[in-house]
Design a protein around this ligand. Structure first.
Ligand SMILES: Nc1ncnc2c1ncn2[C@@H]1O[C@H](COP(=O)(O)OP(=O)(O)OP(=O)(O)O)[C@@H](O)[C@H]1O
Length: 842
């Protein structure tokens, strides 16, 4: 039954070079319940690689593995830090069963309801060791040997399902899909998986997150699928909307933009000409199939369109219902909580807490140090008191309140500050972050209350999933800082919910954090207000701004870092943040600098040379690194920070596979990386501000130079500097600081506020609304025109940074105008001041 499925005709040739073994499964040590990942204990019959033992652990994506059956496994031998040598299978196939007892055990297992050991023994006695293949080929054989009809049906259906699943997994392994993504694909298509893969692999682009158009296009090209096939054009259109909305954070695209983007994508990946008429036909077909929705000139992916509508409807309905507790009871509980506090809540805080306790929906925003965490704590405590008064047992309280945040790091901080269990939103909803969120089947939340912190980072689709998972009577409190960067994914939910003015919210204004953190917070407030503080360049106990040119950024950071190290401080407590990767003040360059200072290459020490595009560096033991993708199997997620503990080099032949190998220690535990996995980590002495969202560091060093160009935006600057809890070192051009403040970037095109208004008026949009052909014709003309001009335009030239060196400016008389005009020499006024001074006194 298990003929090797060779979709693209190249796997058999590779099989010879790939480490391969035939082995009998002794036991299933672990089977993930939400994907195909399994750990098997096997006894080796034969292998084509060096390995002295007879038994080994095999990991990988497998279907319904049968204990006692023999399989051929292909993959690599790895050295796991905890579990020793393991065979990591990239694919497998079942060989003919080798023992009768194995087949009996399988048929008698609880997969086959109503089939006991006796019946299983009877089947094997009659049909022999090949019983399963015989039944699959000739199902009526079970009747012939006298099984009851119900038993026949159970066995045949279960065997067919398991066989189909196995074929699908083998094919998915062949494509190189990992366990989670394979599970997402199988969850979507079930027994149709093979059919979809063979007939229209482009469907995966539409249905499964993380399956890129380019990847499927490469595979389809190998199969010589027609590049003008309608299925390809449709997938290209959807991929183009997804790419454009993700890049800009908008929830929709204008139709003329879409046609242009789609044409470019479809032409680029196969180097062909795609007629606009074909794309228009595909757009029309997709609107008819409800894959995309057109509303006037705006085109949405259906799931995002529906997500905005759903969020609006749910939020409004929730907002109109009263909370579980009455005002008097809530006030009494709050007074008790406050009495036990070392301080009194300010009036705005009190008001916010009362609103949080007595409304079904409550939204809280505030800058750093205004007491958001304090309010979460107070509300949780008061809520627990109220629940106990209402008869909830103390042991059940934890189940009643869900605390969640969008990233692992933010969840950890929430858990530390509340002393209660907090999880990522994904984990709370039981979704692994790999399947398209619209395909995910989240668990229904339990309990009475859901509090989400760092809400500004939550995107439209994730929040729609939250809303869908929360039972109608669940109270929701959303907490965040609206002035921070919006989510990475499309939308700006938190901002829109607040800006609509239709939902219960409070904004905290009084800064309560005293002492060390205070002038950083003052600076943050000024940035938020859009003003450059007069004391920007003054030295404060906790912050300083060193006015330097781009070329001096690295040498100055070096001084700051050396001083940090000299004071016995650790790399763990500091972070260099920059808005972008390139330039001499960008993340890449500063990572190399950070590495050279914190972890210089010692003579004879190991280093694995690596390259990310133009960025070349080496991984060393001790390096601070960041995970760049979600890896639910190892419990590490995009943005998690770890430290390299072990490096093995291929040339030293220290591991069985004689390969380059690293082990990285994360909070969640040790994770191993082989060369193909190295792209999942990068150096993290410096990171982008986006990646640092939700994190907090004792020291933040942040360069700001005009060369950062478009990235100089107010909310980016604000997010970066509010990551600092004790010390902040800004360095660069004051003009860049001023430009960031002037630029209220991040204006995303979304319709959530419009949907809220429609919901309140009771005129919800009809889903879907179809696009008209004349609208497309008009759009196509615009695109053709734009493209014509675009080809005629010379390549964009970089805008030069404004001249800064005018030597007669005095920092004491610094004005915003002078900064903006560049009438300021960044070096004047530095005198003997060095970063050492700042840090020595801090
Ligand atoms: N009413 C108050 N009186 C005195 N101190 C307060 C008051 N409210 C909060 N604080 C204190 O101010 C500090 C900052 O509060 P909190 O951590 O809750 O702010 P936050 O908004 O969550 O800040 P961040 O976003 O930076 O984490 C804490 O030390 C807290 O104990």
């Amino acid at each position: 039954m298990n003929d090797e499925i060779d979709l693209f005709g190249d796997s058999s040739a590779k099989a010879h070079e790939t480490p391969t073994m035939e082995a009998q499964v002794q036991n299933i040590v672990f089977a993930a319940n939400d994907n195909f990942y399994k750990v098997l204990a096997v006894k080796i019959d034969k292998q084509n690689f060096e390995y002295d033992e007879k038994e080994i652990t095999v990991t990988g994506s497998f279907g319904d593995v049968q204990i006692g059956s023999s399989y051929e496994f292909q993959g690599v031998l790895k050295n796991h830090p905890k579990f020793g040598e393991q065979f990591q299978a990239t694919n497998y196939k079942r060989l003919a069963a080798s023992t009768n007892s194995g087949v009996v055990k399988y048929l008698a297992s609880d997969k086959f309801e109503g089939v006991g050991e006796k019946t299983a023994e009877k089947i094997v006695a009659e049909l022999g060791v090949d019983a399963i293949d015989i039944i699959l080929n000739r199902p009526d054989v079970l009747g012939d040997i006298g099984l009851k009809p119900a038993q026949q049906t159970t066995i045949i259906e279960q065997l067919k399902a398991s066989d189909g699943m196995e074929r699908a997994i083998v094919a998915l392994n062949d494509y190189g899909f990992g366990a989670s993504i394979a599970a997402a694909i199988y969850a979507k298509y079930g027994l149709e998986t093979l059919h979809v893969l063979q007939d229209n692999p482009y469907q995966l682009v539409l249905d499964i997150e993380g399956v890129s158009f380019a990847r499927i296009d490469r595979l389809a090209a190998q199969r010589e699928m027609d590049p003008l096939d309608e299925r390809r054009i449709k997938a290209g259109v959807v991929a183009a909307i997804n790419a454009a909305t993700f890049e800009k954070g908008d929830t929709y695209l204008l139709v003329d933009e879409l046609l242009g983007e789609a044409q470019q994508l479809l032409q680029r990946t196969r180097n062909i000409v795609v007629d606009m008429a074909l794309i228009k036909t595909a757009v029309l077909a997709l609107t008819k199939e409800n894959v995309i929705v057109a509303e006037g000139e705006r085109i949405f992916v259906y799931t995002i369109y529906a997500a905005e509508v759903e969020i609006a409807q749910n939020m409004l309905a929730l907002n109109q219902s009263a909370g579980l507790f009455k005002r008097e009871a809530a006030a009494k509980a709050l007074a008790e909580v406050e009495a036990a506090n070392p301080f009194e809540y300010d009036p705005l805080q009190k008001d916010a807490m009362l609103a949080a306790l007595t409304n079904k929906l409550f939204i809280l925003t505030g800058g750093p140090g205004t007491g958001k965490t304090t309010i979460i704590n107070g509300v949780v405590e008061a809520y627990e008191k109220l629940l106990v008064n209402d008869g909830t047992k103390a042991d059940d309280l934890d189940k009643m309140i869900n605390l969640a945040a969008p990233t692992g790091r933010a969840a950890k901080r929430l858990s530390e500050s509340t002393g209660k269990q907090a999880s990522t939103i994904h984990r709370l909803l039981g979704i692994n972050g790999r399947e398209a969120i619209s395909n995910a089947e989240p668990t229904t939340l339990e309990g009475q209350l859901l509090i989400i912190d760092e809400m500004s980072m939550v995107d439209t689709e994730l929040f729609a999933t939250v809303v869908r998972s929360a039972p109608k009577n669940m109270q929701i409190i959303l907490v965040g800082d609206k002035d921070q960067l919006p989510s990475v994914g499309p939308g700006r939910v938190f901002y829109d919910l607040l800006a609509s003015g239709m939902l219960n919210f409070r904004e905290l204004e009084t800064i309560h954090r005293q002492g060390k953190g205070s002038t950083i917070i003052e600076l943050a407030s000024a940035v938020k207000e859009g003003t450059v503080p007069a004391d920007l360049l003054e030295r404060k106990p906790d912050r300083s701004f060193f006015p330097v040119h781009m070329a001096q950024v690295a040498p100055y950071i070096e001084k700051v870092v050396k001083s940090w190290i000299a004071r016995g401080k650790s790399v763990r407590d500091m972070q260099i943040l920059a808005p972008m990767y390139r330039t001499a003040a960008g993340v890449n360059r500063l990572n190399l600098l950070g590495q050279s200072l914190f972890n210089p290459l010692k003579p004879g020490a190991r280093e694995i040379k690596w390259r990310e595009g133009e960025f070349e560096f080496g991984f060393r033991v001790g390096d601070k690194v960041m995970q760049k993708t979600n890896d639910p199997e190892n419990n590490v997620f995009n943005g998690d920070i770890g430290y390299i503990k072990t490096i093995m080099l291929a040339k030293d032949k220290e591991n069985a596979e004689k390969a380059d190998y690293m082990e990285v220690e994360f909070d969640a535990g040790m994770v191993c990386y082989m060369r193909p996995d190295f792209i999942n980590i990068t150096l993290a002495y410096a990171t982008t501000i986006h990646k640092a969202q939700g994190g907090e560091y004792a020291l933040v060093i942040m360069p700001l130079v005009m060369q950062f160009g478009r990235m100089l935006q107010r909310n980016l600057l604000y997010t970066g500097l509010t990551r600092a809890s004790e010390s902040l070192v800004l360095l660069g051009e004051p003009a860049a600081f001023a430009k960031a403040i002037e630029t209220e970037g991040g204006d995303r095109r979304t319709t959530l506020q419009q949907r809220l208004a429609e919901a309140i008026d009771g005129v919800m949009p009809k889903i879907p609304t179809q696009i008209k052909r004349d609208q497309l014709n008009h759009a196509a003309e615009t695109v053709a025109e734009t493209l014509k001009h675009a080809t005629a335009k010379p390549a964009a030239t970089k805008t030069a940074a404004p001249e800064m060196a005018v030597a007669d400016a005095d920092p004491d008389t610094l004005t915003i105008a002078s900064i903006m005009e560049g009438r300021f020499d960044p070096n004047i006024g530095m005198g003997d001041l060095t970063p050492y001074d700042f840090l020595e006194k801090a």
